[in-house]
Each structure stands twice: as C-alpha cells, then as structure tokens.
Ligand binder design. Structure first.
Ligand code: SF4
Length: 432
C-alpha cells in the first residue's frame, strides 16, 4: 500500500462538471480558480474529444488567493456573458477556491444583483478536487442543475434518462435510438452533438445541441427515471425520487449481454411496450458473435482499470461473458459499491494509484489491458496490448465515437477483443 498517491488513477472533479454543463443547450462554464486548472481541463477534453472546448477562468493569482476571488469571479462572469451570450453559466470551483473558502453562492447572488442579470441562469457547483473524481463532479453538476431548474408538476408520459457515468456521445445517440422505440423521453445531460460536432465553416462560440432548458424543467414531471450507473448517481436517484416524486431506478451500463437484457426488460416494464423485434434480432447476432469468439477469448487474462467504477464493472462483466478471466479490476477513487459488485475478479484494487496498479500488473500473468491511455506504459513494459476505454484517451482518435452500449456495441467489442488477442498472439509467434 502507498502512503502517498503516486500518479493518481483519477481525473479531477471540475472536469466532470464541465462535461455535464456541455450537455445543456446554450451553456458555458467558468472555472473558479487558477488559470492552470482550466487550461489542463480544456486540453484534456480537447485531446479526448478532438473538438475545441471553450472554458472560462476566473484566473486567480497570489493576491486573490490571500484576499479572496470574488472580484475575479464577477469579472469572469461579466466577460463570459458579454462575449458568449449564454443561456446558462455553470460555475465550478477548484482545489484552490475550495481551500480558501470562497462562498461562490454569495458571490454569484451579489453579481446578479449588482449587474442586474435576470436573463442568464447561473449555477454554482462545489467541486473540490482533493476528494472525489471526474464522475463526482459530473453528478454534482447534474444534481445542482436539476435543483435549480427542475419543476414539480403533474406527471406526464415521459421517461428521464440520466447518465451517472462517463459515457460517450456515440453511446448517448445509441440510447436515444433505442428510446425512440419505447416512450417519450428526456436525456440529460446530452452532449452528443456538442462534443462530437460536425464541420462548421464558421466555428460557433457555443456549439449547437444539448438538452434544452425547458426539457430540464420538465424532468420533475416524468413518471419514471433511469440513472445509468450503479456505483455513482445515488444522489441523482434520491433527488428524483424524494424531491420530484419521479420513480427512479439505477441500472448498470447496458454493456454486454446480461446488462443490455436488464436495460431492455426495464424499458419494457416501465413503458408497458414489448421489446421490438429488431433488438431481439440484434441480441441473437450478439450471441452468434460470442459463440464465434469464445475459442479465441476463453481463459484469456485481462486487467481492467479506470476512474469510473461503472465503466470498469461494465467491461469486466462483458469479458466474463466471453469466458475471459478478470485478473485485476482496479478503480482509482474509493467506491464501496464497486468493491461489493466486482466479486468476479481475482484481485480488486480500490482505491489505487498507477504506481500500485503497475506493481500488481508486473506480478500477474496477463494477455490484455483495458483502460484509459495512461495505461500505455504498463502495456509497453508487459508487451501486451492495451484496449483504450474511459477517460482520457489522448493518444488515439475517435474516443467520442466509441460505442460499446447495447447488443450492437457488444458485437463490435467482441470482434475488437478477439482480433486484438489474435494479433498479439501472431506477433508473439513471429517474434519467437
Ligand atoms: S486537481 Fe485541483 S489544482 Fe489540479 S487541475 Fe484539478 S482543480 Fe486544479
């Protein structure tokens, strides 16, 4: 066990909040902290999604750190509203402004009164990065937005779908494709088009797309809600159920056969619709692909890691369905639900940093690594392939287009995993 963290296996909270605000139509984010925090986050997001990411900063310096960052934050808000003309501004805090104790709610209220701002919604969210990780920041920003915007009211025939895990724009599109066959729905936050955007002749300041503010207001009127994720998102399930009377269920990410079955069965149960024949057909296609791949994947040993417990668990369940052995299952930030559910693994590491993970990987016989780009050093040292999933993926193209959800996504995964094993074994044979 390490007594200090060496190369943390997690990404910081405000970055997750930026991702959530990017899923609201017309929204912009101000990071309240030093310039370096927002630069790091912008770069990480830009490299991962291959899209320009604008994030404003209150740019605190040494003096502001001593005397407080109120003046900087007010100036940042004024500039952002004047330049971007957003419908909504998310204000996310950082380690620095949490440590000095800036009262962001008070500063925002003062700003609105001083500048007579009535037509722009401003949502502060507390995201200290010395605790939690990206997914916590994401969930806290979603919770703060629902708290500010969502209204109670008579229930409508509508289903709220809220991800509590790091899912890709392509996966959002896949969930929406499925939902179109079941019931009217509100997907929030929807960053499918803002983080996987088409070519623009003239770059917009704020990318079109995102959940409409009017839709977020109506989330409280949905008769049911699905939170995608079981290791995170308890705060969202509680909020929907207790504050708005929306019957919310938490489901595992629909990755692999069983978890996708659960997703479809839940949709059928909530909506009273039968599962359309096309998805039953896709399920049979997946079964066929799994049978084809079994001879290649059976008994192969894999280490899966990341900072998003739900994604790591989803990948672990999928490879177990392929007859593989999860030798190491590792998640950076502490998560009791992950430890409880990750029982199929030989070794569970949680919490863990990359130093400890690399030591475990060195001692274990493995055929494959699955996780974010930061695992490439372990893969090189071990001379085994790394299949990149999660965040960040900054050394490969197409992270936003990766789609592992539903039977369709699982079929792609089966081919990818089996072909990677074949490729590696061929390489090994030719070298020897
Ligand atoms: S961990 Fe803290 S200091 Fe570092 S980028 Fe994130 S908010 Fe800023």
């Amino acid at each position: 066990m390490n007594y200090v963290t060496v190369n943390p296996c997690k990404v910081c909270q405000p970055l997750g909040a930026i991702l959530a605000f990017r899923g609201i139509e017309g929204a912009m984010t101000v990071v309240h902290g030093s310039q370096g925090c927002s630069t790091y986050m912008r770069l990480h997001l830009t490299h991962h999604f291959a899209e320009p990411i604008d994030v404003a900063s209150s740019a605190l310096n040494e003096k502001d750190t001593v005397y407080g960052g109120a003046a900087n934050l007010k100036l940042a808000l004024k500039n952002v509203i004047a330049r971007y003309k957003p419908a909504l501004v998310g204000v996310t805090t950082t380690c620095l402004t949490e440590t000095i104790g800036d009262d962001v709610n008070r500063i925002v209220n003062e700003f609105k009164a001083e500048e007579q701002v009535n037509d722009v919604i401003i949502i502060p969210v507390s995201t200290p990065s010395y605790t939690g990780a990206m997914i916590d920041g994401f969930n806290l920003a979603v919770e703060a937005t629902l708290n500010v915007l969502t209204e109670e009211g008579e229930k409508e025939n509508c289903l709220a779908i809220i991800p509590a895990a790091n899912i890709t724009p392509a996966e959002i599109r896949e969930v929406k494709r499925i939902m179109d066959n079941f019931a009217p729905f509100i997907f929030f936050p929807d960053y499918a088009d803002t983080l996987d955007a088409p070519f623009f002749e003239e770059l917009p300041l704020i990318f079109p797309g995102g959940t409409k503010i009017e839709e977020i207001k109506r989330v409280g009127r949905c008769k049911a809600g699905i939170i995608l994720g079981v290791c995170a998102g308890k705060n969202l399930a509680r909020l929907l159920t207790e504050k708005f009377g929306v019957a919310a269920r938490q489901l595992p990410l629909p990755v692999g056969l069983k978890a996708t079955d659960v997703f479809f069965q839940t949709l059928a149960e909530i909506t009273g619709r039968t599962i359309p024949a096309r998805y039953q057909w896709e399920r049979r296609l997946l079964l066929d692909a799994m049978i084809d791949a079994h001879v290649i994947t059976y008994g192969k040993r894999v280490a899966i890691f990341g900072d998003d417990a739900d994604l790591v668990l989803a990948l672990a369940r999928l490879v177990v369905e392929l007859g593989m052995v999860v030798a190491i299952c590792a998640v950076g930030p502490p998560n009791k639900e992950f430890v409880r559910q990750g029982a199929a693994a030989e070794t569970i590491l949680n919490p863990v940093d990359f130093d400890e993970l690399a030591q475990a990987v060195r001692k274990t016989r493995l055929d494959l690594l699955m996780g974010n780009s930061k695992g490439k050093f372990m893969a090189k040292e071990k001379n085994i392939p790394l299949l990149r999933f999660g965040f960040p993926i900054h050394d490969r193209l197409g992270a936003g287009r990766q789609q592992i959800f539903s039977y369709r996504g699982a079929i792609q995964m089966v081919d990818l995993i089996a072909n990677t094993i074949l490729e590696n074994e061929d390489l090994f044979v030719s070298i020897s």
